[in-house]
Ligand binder design. Sequence first.
Ligand code: G3I
Length: 363
Amino acid sequence: MSGDLARRSVVAGLAAAPMALAAVGADQLSLTRPQCLDQAARGRNRYFGAAVRADQLGLDTALRECVLRECGWITPEIHMKWDQLQPRRGWWTFTAADALVVFAAQNNLRLRGHTLLWHQSTPRWVASALRRRRDWRIVSDHLREVVLRYRDHVAVWDVVNEPLDGRVGRYPRPNVFLSAFGPGYVARALREAAELAPDARLAINEYGFEYVNADEDERRAAFLSLLRQLKAEGAPLHEVGIQAHLDLGKGPTYPEVLKPFLQAIADMGYRISITELDVREREFRLPVRERDRRVADAVRAYLDIVLEVDAVDGVSTWGIADRYSWLQEIAIRGRHGPNRGLPLDWDFRRKPMFWAMRDALNA
Ligand code: G3I
C-alpha cells in the first residue's frame, strides 16, 4: 500500500502513533498466569481478537492500547462492508479499511475480512440494479475489487454473512442475491472468492445457535443442512463463523445441544471461529456487581462448551469495551443504561467477563 495512504487515512494517527503496548499494571503481572486474552488463547494454540473501527482506534488512545494489549486478530466492524466501501456506484471509499490494514500490518495482527456479501450492508444502488437486471457482474466486480485489494492482508474472508432466514431459521434467507440468482449464490460467491484469493481461508458467518428453543433448534438444523449441501457441491468453504451474540434473556446454554452441533460442523472438515461474542443484558436495575457476575458466568459456561471442540481456532468479541459496543444502540432505544456485555467496561477496566474469558481460554 502506497505511503500516501497514511497521509490520506482518516485516522493518520492510527497509522503513525507509537504502537508500544500499554504498560500493564504491576498488580496484574503474574509469572504463572497469562494476563492478556490473546496470550491466554495462544497457550492453547488459539487466538483472541475483537471487532474494531478505524475512526475509534485512531481517536481513542486507550482503546488502541487495549486492542494492542489483548488481541492477536482484528475484524473491521463496518469498514469492509459493501455499503461502506462503495456507497454509490463507482464511488469507492477505501480509506478507513486501508487504515485498518495498515494498523494490522504494523502491529502483527491478523485480519478477518468482514464481510463481502450481507443483505444488511448491501448498498441501495446494488439492490435496485439487481432488481432491474439479474447481472452477476455487479457482484463479481465487487468481489474482484475488494478481494484483490486486500488478499495479501486478510487471513479469513466472511464471504457470505447470515445466509439463513432470520424469521424462520431456514435456508435460504430471502434477500436480493437469492431473488436475483437463486440459492446457489452462496457457492458461486465462494468459488469466485477462491479464484481471487487462492490462499485465503473462506468462511460463512451466522448467528442464533446458542440456545434451546424452537427457532434456534430449527436454525441449527438448517445450517448443518446448508453446510452438508456446500460440502457435497465441493464449494471452497474452509471455516464457519459462529457469531455467538449471547442473550441473558434466552436462558442457559446446554452442552448436550451446543457441543454436538459444533462437532457436527467439525466432522464435515470445517474449522470454526467464534466471531462476534458479546452478551445482551436484560436486567439493568440489578447492582452492577450482580450484572457483571451474570455476564461472566454466561460467557464462561459458553466458552467451556465450545472450547472443548478442537476445531475451534479462536474467539473474537464484537468490540472490546462497553463504550463502543453496538449494543449501546439498543440500550439507547430501550432507554436503559449502557449494556455491560464486553470484556472491558466503559473506561476500559477489566470486568469479571474478562477474567472468565482469560480462564476459559487458558483452561
Ligand atoms: O456511516 C454512516 C454515517 O455516515 C451515517 O451518518 C450514520 C447514520 O445513518 O450511519 C453510519 O453507518 C452506520 C454504521 O453502523 C457506522 O456507524 C449504519 O447506519 C449502521 O447500520 C451500522 O451498524 C453496524 C451494523 O453491523 C450494520 O453494518 C453496527 O455498528 C455493527 O456492530 C453491526 O455488526 C453486525 C455484524 O456485521 C454482523 N453480525 C451482527 C452484528 C450486529 O448487528
